[in-house]
Each structure stands twice: as C-alpha cells, then as structure tokens.
Design a binder for this molecule. Structure first.
Ligand code: COA
Length: 348
C-alpha cells in the first residue's frame, strides 16, 4: 500500500470585496448582526461574467501544480468538489481538464457541499494508496454569488456565503514525514431537507409533501417551472439553528475518531482547519477540544463560508503564513448539507 501527501497547495479568491455594509444596501440586515452571529466581516464575489466556479478552480490548481514542482501534464486524475457548478452537467472536472490542456485523464465531480473537499481528498487518497495514480488534482471551488437571494427573504443564507477556490496536488509520498494518515466520512440523510436547494431537481415533491413551500400549485411536471422561480424556490434553504446544533456535535466527534484511529490525543494537534461555516461553531469546537488559539486557523472573517473551497483556502493561507510546517499534525474537519461530515488527519 502506498501513502499520499499534499505536494502542492493553491488558492484563488476574486478581487471584489463585499462588506456587510454593502449587503445592508440590498436587504434588511446589519454589520453588527452578521459579525455577532457568524464572525463574518466581508466576503469575495466573483466577476459575474469573467469568473466561474471552474475558472477559479483552474487558477487555484495552477498554483498548486507549480508548487508541487510538476506540470498539468503530470496529473493523472481530477477530483472537483462544488455545489455551484458551471453547468448542471457536465461537471467542472472536465472544464479544468480542458482549460489546463491536460491528458485525457479521468475527471470526477463530488457533490458533498461543505463536506466536499474532505470527501474529494479521501477519494484521491484511496486511488494513490492502491497505486493506481501518482498525482491527483483535488479542487474545491464555489461561485455562490450567482445563486443567492439578495432580498430580505434570503438574508439568513445570503450573508453567510462567499466565492473562491482552493486546490491541492495529492501525490504518492516517497518520504516518511508527509502523509495523509486517515480520512473519516459520515452521512445521515434524515436531515437532507434541512440545508438544501430543492430546485432544479426531479423530486416532484416526493420526499417532502408537507413542506409549506411545496404544494400542488408549485409542482410542475418539469425540472424547473416558472412558478418555482416566481416563488423564489430556486434558492438555497437553511434551517440555521438546526445546522448549528448538529455541526457542534458531529465535528468534534469525527475529529476524535481520526485522533483515536491514529493513537493521538487533541493535544497532539498542531493545526486544526475546520470548515469555515460560522466562527461561533469553530470557537465551540475549539473550546470542546481545549485547543489553544495558535492551533486553530480561521479566515471566515474575510471570506465568509466558501463551502467546498473553505478548507483548502484556509489550509493554503495557514501554510503561506508559516503556521504549518513540515511534519506538523494537521486535522481537517467539515460538516454540511446532507447532513454529511468528515475529517482527515495528516502529517504535513
Ligand atoms: N440579518 C439580520 N437579521 C437576520 C438575518 C440577517 N442576515 N438573518 C436572520 N435574521 C433574523 C431572523 O429573521 C430572526 O428574527 P426573529 O427573531 O425576528 O424571527 C433572528 O435574526 C434570529 O434568527 P436565527 O435563525 O434564530 O438566528 P441564529 O442565531 O440561529 O443565527 C445563523 C442564524 C444562520 C447565523 C446560525 O443559525 C448559523 O450560523 N447556523 C449554522 C449555519 C451554517 O453553518 N451553515 C452552513 C453549514 S455548512
């Protein structure tokens, strides 16, 4: 069995900064509410026509590939995680393959929302462990700004999310220092509708006939209907408090699972990179695990929640700032729609 390591990492965030004050002009919200409940001060929004989920992923990937000391031609496989793909189909992976003029390699898209990057990393890790591939490009990227409700109706969701991308080159490890030690993936579909974008979809109200939003009048016989758009049912739905309550239980749980699997304790962690969902959630986890401030890196204040991109962007930034060094024990943890949650423990 081979081992894999992160050989290169990159991030890309659009240049347009959107502050909480900017959002006040669009909806009934305020800087104080957003900062107090989420920790977010500002986020980035992609250029409407010049940047897409795939192009941002490409920019992050170029940096990761260069830092790995290889070329795009050396990549054997692409795993792309996003909930905001350029097209409903095909996935973003093939757009990266095209943009970087790669060989005709496999391209897999992962739809695990905020847990997407760790799921993607885990898939890539298995391919390297078995010896099938040597260099895998793993990307998490989101262009949320294209699909949010910027009226007061959507304020509980729209103030939270931001755009950006992160990427790593996962590579067969030839040293005894750097490796992915283990990954741990979980799901529980009982809460599938608690954080979801129902439309467009093929559900035809099959799963949730009792939801107020779903009644015969809005039920079309099509994937997407005019009524759905008129009723703003094409935007994400989130029961924020329900998500909060589950996230603060499941993330510490899956971190402990990773530590125990490798005979470590919380005090062995050099750096915890949590999904940047909400600063309060991360502070709760930090408190539960009794981790010092220098063992946790957060940047949700600047970028908001970038879903599949949040972990690789934070990991990249922490590394660029010299907060992660070779051999450090790094723990990644995520939680999101599904619900799904996961962790990865690695030696940097
Ligand atoms: N600005 C101002 N007021 C807002 C608002 C906004 N952007 N969004 C919601 N509110 C209002 C609500 O309408 C509600 O008003 P009411 O009391 O008059 O009904 C009030 O604020 C409280 O809403 P509630 O949803 O109970 O707030 P909260 O303290 O739970 O915070 C979240 C909301 C979304 C910040 C919080 O629940 C959260 O972060 N949950 C986890 C979300 C998450 O992590 N999602 C991504 C998962 S991967």
């Amino acid at each position: 069995m081979y081992k894999s390591k992160i050989a290169g990492i990159g991030k890309y965030v659009p240049s347009q900064v959107v502050t909480n004050k900017d959002l006040e002009k669009l909806m009934d919200t305020n800087d104080e509410w957003i900062q107090e409940r989420t920790g977010i001060k500002e986020r980035r929004y992609a250029h409407r026509t010049q940047e897409t989920t795939a192009t941002m992923g490409v920019e992050a990937a170029k940096i990761a590939i260069e830092r790995a000391g290889i070329t795009a031609q050396d990549i054997d496989f692409i795993v792309f995680a996003t909930l905001s793909p350029d097209y409903y189909f095909p996935g973003c992976g093939v757009l990266v393959q095209r943009a970087l003029e790669m060989k005709e390699i496999g391209a897999l898209d992962i739809r695990n929302q905020c847990s997407g990057f760790v799921y993607a990393l885990s898939v890539a890790d298995q391919f390297i462990k078995t010896g099938m591939y040597q260099n895998i490009l793993v990307i998490g990227s989101e262009k949320h700004s294209f699909g949010l409700d910027f009226t007061t109706r959507g304020r509980n969701v729209s103030v939270i999310f931001g755009d950006g991308a992160g990427a790593v080159v996962l590579q067969r490890s030839n040293n005894n220092i750097s490796e992915i030690l283990s990954t741990h993936l979980h799901s529980n579909g009982n809460d599938a509708e608690t954080l979801a974008m129902y439309n467009p979809g093929t559900h035809a109200n099959y799963w949730k006939k009792d939801l107020a939003d779903f009644n015969e009048a809005t039920l079309g016989d099509m994937f997407m209907s005019h009524t759905m758009i008129d009723n703003a049912q094409n935007f994400p739905f989130m029961d924020g408090p329900a998500v909060f309550k589950k996230a603060v239980v499941k993330m510490p749980e899956v971190i402990m699972e990773a530590l125990q699997a490798n005979n470590y304790t919380t005090q062995d962690i050099d750096m915890l990179i949590s999904h940047q969902a909400n600063l309060r959630i991360i502070q709760f986890i930090q408190h539960t695990l009794k981790l010092n401030d220098d063992k946790v890196y957060n940047n949700i204040q600047q970028y908001g929640n970038t879903t599949a991109a949040s972990v690789p962007i934070a990991l990249c930034e922490a590394w660029e700032k010299g907060k992660i060094k070779e051999g450090d024990l790094v723990c990644l943890t995520v939680f999101g729609s599904g619900f799904t949650w996961a962790s990865a423990l690695l030696k940097w």
